[in-house]
Design a protein around this ligand. Structure first.
Ligand code: PLP
Length: 283
């Protein structure tokens, strides 16, 4: 029987009571994280937990547990559900209060939820790559916060998928920012380009791993933005996220990237990423 963390308790789903006036439900007033589980271990768990607390700070929400306690709670959840490969999702909202936009004047109890999902890694995408679609980035100006407000991202992904594509390549004006749920990278003449970590993108944990893998494999990096025209002229293009890892993008709209197949540097990064996972599971 699947169990869920509801605040600091492991319970069955039917035991959970959520208020209709929960601010996460009404305003998206909360934050979340997703951590990948390989061989029952969480990948880059410290980085994800740190980012969870950073997002909380940015919206002035106080998480009522220490990082160590949260870490242990997540491992207990994974163990209880006997997850080998999959992910753990967790979120916290500002809690319940009579509906009003401003923060409640009397203290609310934040509501924390975490649950696990078992699942295979998307090997077919890793192998063959995916198609993407340019979509105007209409989101707010605090994309650095991993907030529950995902409507802009949802609409971007839906637009891409309606067009038969896996991911959106979002752009503000002609500047490429990030995917609907991923960071984006282009490689041109042996240099990797990716949008700098400003307020316009999420500072992805997988992105941070990739930055260190680039050093490892000798691929120079320029954290500089590039245009949509430059994007389609890249030799290689790929996306990254906790679940997509390093997924090649072989076509954007009608433009084939490079030869229209995953490129050599992308393959090297995938191999280096795999080695990092192996380091975790064989440690
Ligand atoms: C908008 C956005 N950008 C980037 C990412 C990649 O972040 P991470 O590598 O931490 O999963 C995500 C992940 O969900 C995302 O939603």
């Amino acid at each position: 029987m699947t169990t869920i963390l509801w605040n600091d308790r492991l319970v069955k789903e039917e035991e959970i009571h959520l208020s209709v006036e929960d601010r996460g439900y009404q305003f998206g007033d909360g934050i979340y994280e997703v951590i990948k589980i390989y061989s029952s271990l969480m990948f880059t768990v410290t980085e994800h937990i740190d980012r969870f607390y950073e997002s909380a700070d940015k919206i002035k929400l106080v998480i009522p547990y220490t990082k160590d306690v949260l870490h242990k709670m997540l491992y207990d959840l994974i163990e209880d559900n006997q997850i080998v490969d999959g992910h753990v999702y967790f979120q916290i909202t500002r809690g319940s209060s009579p509906r009003a936009h401003a923060f409640p004047t009397t203290a609310t109890e934040p509501v924390f939820i975490a649950y696990t999902v078992a699942g295979e890694r998307p090997f077919e995408h890793f192998e063959q790559g995916v198609k993407a679609k340019f979509v105007e980035d209409i989101r707010w100006l605090r994309c650095d916060i991993k907030s529950l407000n995902l409507l802009g991202n949802v609409l971007a992904k839906e637009t891409a998928q309606q067009a038969g594509c896996f991911e959106a390549v979002q752009h503000r004006g002609d500047i490429v920012t990030e995917g609907s749920s991923s960071n984006l990278y282009g490689i041109k003449d042996g240099v990797l380009y990716t949008h700098p970590t400003t307020n316009l993108i999420l500072n992805g944990i997988t992105r941070r791993v990739i930055m260190s893998l680039c050093v490892e494999i000798g691929l120079p990096v320029k954290e500089e933005s590039f245009t949509t025209d430059q994007a389609v002229a890249m030799d290689e293009f790929f996306m990254s996220s906790t679940s997509a890892e390093v997924t090649p993008i072989i076509q954007i709209d009608d433009y084939k990237i490079g030869k229209g197949t995953p490129g050599e540097w992308t393959r090297k990064l995938q191999a280096a990423f795999e080695a990092r996972i192996q380091q975790l599971v064989t440690f």
